[in-house]
Write a protein that binds this ligand. Structure first.
Ligand SMILES: Cc1cc2nc3c(=O)[nH]c(=O)nc-3n(C[C@H](O)[C@H](O)[C@H](O)COP(=O)(O)OP(=O)(O)OC[C@H]3O[C@@H](n4cnc5c(N)ncnc54)[C@H](O)[C@@H]3O)c2cc1C
Ligand code: SF4
Length: 328
């Protein structure tokens, strides 16, 4: 067991100060991912900064008519919040597709964004892994890679981001509010997580010591036509092989606005604005959806065990759009 110190932050500035000044510090929220990683010796923080006392536990309406979800709101409290259920049911559905009731009671919004990949080699400290130990290699590329990426991967890493919640947040154009030593800033969801490229250890664009304070959902109405489909090896308590979040605005059979995000296929939630533009103002039809699915998977590459994901993703995209539109 690696020794670490434990300290409770009294407010957000105190948390940032502690995280920036203590050596190799990490925030701890629900602990459902970080504690597991510490037990497996994958994460070895020198200091834990407990943020659970911070006033980031509420969901409030913004002046613009959107929602601000505090970073410490649990996944359960988010999914069952009446405002989220009414205005952002896609988010509720995606969250409830993840983990288990017990975990969702502990897991927080901020922690969900930063949960680490479920690549088996990453968790096994007896093996090489570029993400855990940069420069050591990636055994998944020629190894067992059933759950791994088919889009946006690199020769350094083919891991996927495991979150369900983040796939809905990507489709809903969420914004992440953060606080650092230099003050506050907001990051668009697409710019929050990173593709692996040559530095798979860098999973997001947070600066060292930056604290996520809230997730903002813009005031857009995707509450009537949405779907989240998660395909996995077990019907519960399993991470996505492929998941699809769809949010539409419809006028009869015409798609007025489309959002499409894929999970389980890349190091970050996968969106392609060109595909969404292709769907916009079009009458829904089988050829249109087939084209959208093909475009979404353009450039996809399998690594052997995960080749099936390419065709699977296309089929799930078509089904999810049809269901969101109310065709099926
Ligand atoms: C058995 C199991 C099954 C699961 N299944 C699913 C699933 O199907 N789908 C899914 O989406 N998830 C799943 N999860 C993951 C779960 O949702 C995450 O573990 C959880 O969301 C993490 O939140 P937390 O508050 O516990 O984070 P913690 O474990 O406390 O922290 C995780 C990371 O986030 C950092 N952090 C936390 N809060 C902040 C903040 N405010 N600012 C900056 N950094 C912060 C921590 O330093 C740490 O690096 C599963 C987990 C387990 C254990
Ligand atoms: S896919 Fe990424 S996380 Fe998995 S072994 Fe390779 S480098 Fe490590």
């Amino acid at each position: 067991m690696t020794k670490f110190s434990f300290t409770k932050a009294t407010d957000a500035n105190d948390a940032v100060l502690k995280a920036s000044s203590l050596t190799n510090a990490a925030f701890i929220a629900g602990g459902t991912n970080l504690v597991d990683l510490m037990k497996e010796n994958v994460a070895r923080p020198g200091a834990l900064v407990d943020i659970n006392q911070l006033p980031l536990h509420t969901i409030t309406e913004t002046e613009e008519g959107g929602l601000m979800i505090g970073a410490l709101v649990t996944n359960a409290a988010t999914a069952y919040n009446p405002l989220v259920e009414k205005h952002y049911p896609l988010l509720s559905k995606a969250i409830l597709a993840g983990a288990s009731p017990q975990l969702r009671n502990m897991a927080t919004a901020g922690g969900n964004l930063l949960q680490r990949t479920r690549c088996y080699y990453f968790y096994d400290t007896a093996t090489a892994c570029n993400k855990r130990n940069p420069g050591s290699g990636c055994p998944a590329i020629n190894g067992f890679n059933r759950m791994h990426a088919i889009l946006g991967a690199s020769e350094a890493c083919i891991a996927v981001h495991p979150s369900d919640m983040c796939i809905a947040l990507a489709a809903l154009n969420a914004r992440i509010h953060v606080l650092g030593t230099g003050g506050t800033r907001t990051i668009g969801f697409n710019g929050f997580h990173r593709l692996p490229a040559e530095t798979p250890e860098a999973e997001n664009n947070l600066q060292p010591g930056e604290l996520i304070t809230a997730i903002e959902l813009p005031a857009e109405d995707f509450s009537s036509h949405y779907q989240y489909i998660k395909v996995r090896d077990r019907s519960s308590y399993a991470f996505a092989l492929v998941s699809v979040a769809v949010a539409l605005q419809m006028d009869g059979n015409i798609i007025k606005e489309a959002r499409l995000a894929l999970g389980g296929v890349a190091h970050k939630p996968w969106r392609n604005p060109v595909v969404e533009e292709h769907l916009r103002n079009q009458q829904i039809s089988a050829p249109l959806l087939q084209d959208a699915a093909e475009m979404m998977l353009a450039g996809a590459r399998g690594y052997g065990h995960n080749n099936f994901k390419i065709e699977l993703a296309k089929r799930v995209i078509i089904r999810a759009i049809n269901e969101a539109a109310g065709i099926l």
